[in-house]
Design a protein around this ligand. Structure first.
Ligand SMILES: [Zn+2]
Length: 329
């Protein structure tokens, strides 16, 4: 288990051992914290034949789940008949998927240790799907447990929230993550680059690992450099436009650039810059002045909200971005 989840695992497995964990749990936190691995670990602990009633044994993440009982072996092999996973690359989780799940959960457990359902990206449930789950969340059949996992819990219906025990996975301490990135062999020799990478990934350890190992940092520097140059070199407009639309996180990069530029234009210290390794680019952008930066940041954030995944990209997103970019050309 990831080092930043050790304490959470210990707390949750302790509750399982004491039989105090609610039958519906909502694991929430930003992307790239390992919520999926945590959810599977908890599901495994719930199904383990040796879990319950072990609170007095000073349960640790090593002892729960035990890892060697029949149930644990089946979970490891991915063939436990009482573990049901809902995971999709589609845009939504349909009502039919949830109806099938609730049907399966209403049957008795095959191994007699309850049933567990894990629903990843639970916010993808359509309204009808969420409504179909409500009754099961309220009155689970037999010993069913349902683990909902979400990095956008604000998109879940209030009725789902009210029936689940919420568990927030915090963003870990940056030093812990930086040490872990070094252990993983992906940290660079530059501390400023590593901290900036963590900042542009909003503190997410797994996203920062992928970002560094896939060389995305180079792309970020290049794109932000072009953004700052756009004022003087309007011929960069197409490159900036397509670069920003290529991935939703690129807009986050731009937002950080503008925020840092605003700080500098207000004469604030460089100690709080998020793009620690890009002061020159931020300073260049700060030439737009505080009033203008404040206005275009506000507009950018409004536009970003329109690009939420479930809402879908508005057909005129490209046009809106072109209009916005005229602010800095
Ligand atoms: Zn076990």
């Amino acid at each position: 288990m990831y080092p930043w989840l050790t304490q959470t695992v210990a707390q949750l497995t302790h509750l399982i051992a004491e039989q105090q964990l609610g039958h519906a749990l909502l694991l929430k936190g930003i992307d790239g914290l390992g919520k999926r691995e945590l959810g599977y670990h908890i599901a495994n602990a719930l199904l383990c034949q040796h879990t319950k009633g072990r609170a007095s044994d000073k349960v640790t993440d090593k002892s729960v789940p035990c890892g060697h009982c029949h149930s644990c072996q089946l979970v490891t092999a991915g063939s436990h008949p009482d573990l049901h996973l809902i995971r999709t690359d589609q845009r939504s989780i349909s009502v039919d998927t949830i109806r099938q799940l609730t049907q399966v959960l209403s049957d008795s457990a095959q191994l007699g240790h309850g049933k567990v359902a894990v629903i990843e990206q639970a916010e993808k449930m359509t309204e009808a799907a969420a409504n179909a789950l409500l009754k099961t969340l309220e009155e689970p059949a037999g010993q069913s447990s349902i683990l909902l996992i979400s990095s956008q819990p604000e998109r879940l219906l209030p009725t789902i929230h009210s029936r689940c025990q919420p568990w927030l996975i915090p963003v870990p301490d940056p030093n812990l993550v930086l040490n872990w990135l070094t252990e993983q062999g992906v940290a660079t020799a530059s501390a400023a680059t590593n901290i900036t990478a963590l900042n542009v990934n909003q503190g997410s350890p797994l996203n920062t690992r992928d970002y560094l190992s896939e060389g995305i940092d180079k792309r970020r520097r290049e794109l932000l450099q072009q953004c700052a140059q756009l004022r003087r070199e309007p011929q960069l407009l197409n490159a900036v436009h397509s670069g920003l639309l290529a991935h939703s996180v690129h807009i986050v990069w731009l937002q950080l650039l503008l925020q840092d530029a605003l700080q500098l234009s207000l004469g604030l210290s460089t100690a709080h810059l998020r793009l620690v390794d890009s002061e020159a680019v931020c300073r260049d952008m700060s030439q737009l002045g505080a009033a203008k930066l404040t206005r275009i940041l506000d507009e950018l954030m409004q536009w970003r909200r329109c690009l939420q995944p479930t809402v879908g990209r508005p057909v005129n997103a490209g046009l809106q971005l072109t209009q916005w970019l005229t602010n800095i050309t």
